[in-house]
Design a protein around this ligand. Structure first.
Ligand code: NAP
Length: 292
């Protein structure tokens, strides 16, 4: 790729719409065979951001024709009660995906709850079995946000083999699984984090940069090799209170070859990949029941 002056935008809304249409088609095909894919979303407490997230997830499901249930519980719910609910959903044949919205109230051990979800229904991909499956390249569920980033790279026909990918951020839900997915596609991967001594020296070598930090302007134009692909996972607020990413979009888009905007980039892909994972789970169930 040659140096460009204005990056091409990878439109997360448009790609998400395409993928959701595909989910809707596959849902219809499964329904015709007598199986409706189902997602259960469990919310404990009244965190306002979580309320919006779960509403959006449930709406996306029903828009694509999936069955979805939203279970809302008071913040006083005990850990034992929540574990019992998850167990009931594990055993419910109409449910193919279980999502427990995080964060949970402080008196509930989130790890214990996530580990109680049946790995076959772990459509968020947070279970340790899902992380292990990704690590060793076995079938499982990939966490939705990095999975969405991979779909964005796929959408521009980008061949990662032999490319240098730099991931900024090493969380269990974004940075680490992102690095594993890039590695699986034969990229050479560098992981950066808050103790990285010279971030710019790393990013300047990168053909692909994924920023997943949660701080504005972590990546500026002087840190990007001309023509590089820049994926911005960050969700922050600027001084005017508007949503923005980790990347200085105005500057970096003058140097990069491709860039994802915020909003309208990775965000819409995350919920979409939740639908894709739920669909995948339902298709596996249909195959196990001899329906396909
Ligand atoms: P997180 O758990 O807080 O992890 C942030 C990572 O950034 C950590 O690994 C941290 O390093 C690293 N970091 C912090 N300051 C840094 C710096 N100056 N230079 C380099 N690395 C630095 O966050 P997360 O859950 O991965 O989320 C990251 C961002 O993505 C957030 O803005 C979040 O809102 C957003 N997000 C968006 C979506 C979406 O759908 N668009 C989904 C998930 C997350 P240490 O490990 O050393 O502390």
């Amino acid at each position: 790729m040659t140096a460009s002056t204005t990056a091409q935008i990878i439109d997360g809304n448009a790609l998400a719409a395409q993928l959701r249409a595909d989910v809707a088609r596959r849902t219809d095909a499964l329904k015709a065979r007598g199986l409706t894919p189902g997602l259960a979303v469990v919310l404990v407490g009244d965190n306002p951001a979580s309320q919006v997230y779960v509403r959006n997830k449930v709406k996306a499901c029903s828009d694509a024709g999936l069955h979805s249930v939203l279970e809302k519980y008071d913040a006083s719910m005990t850990e034992a009660e929540l574990l019992a609910r998850v167990e009931a959903l594990n055993n419910d044949p109409s449910i193919h995906g279980i999502l427990v919205q995080l964060p949970l109230p402080a008196h509930i051990d989130a790890n214990k709850v996530i580990e109680s979800i049946a790995p076959t229904k772990d459509v968020d991909g947070f279970h340790i079995a899902s992380a292990g499956a990704l690590m060793v390249g076995q079938p499982g569920f990939w966490p939705c946000t990095p999975y969405g980033c991979m779909k964005m790279l796929e959408s521009i026909g980008y061949d990662l083999r032999g490319k240098h990918a730099v991931v900024i951020g090493r969380s269990n839900i974004v940075g680490k699984p992102m690095a594993m997915m890039l590695l699986q596609k034969s990229a050479t991967v560098t992981m950066c984090h808050s103790a990285t001594s010279d971030l710019k020296a790393m990013t300047l070598q990168a053909d692909v940069i994924v920023a997943a930090v949660g701080k504005r302007n972590v990546l500026t134009a002087d840190m990007v090799k001309p023509g590089a692909v820049v994926i911005d996972v960050g969700m922050n607020r600027n001084d005017e209170g508007k949503l923005c990413g980790d990347v200085d979009y105005a500057g970096v888009s003058q140097v990069a070859g491709y860039i994802t905007p915020v909003p309208g980039g990775v965000g819409p892909m995350t919920i979409t990949m939740l639908l894709v994972n739920t669909m995948e789970s339902a298709e596996r169930d249909a195959a196990a029941r001899g329906l396909v």
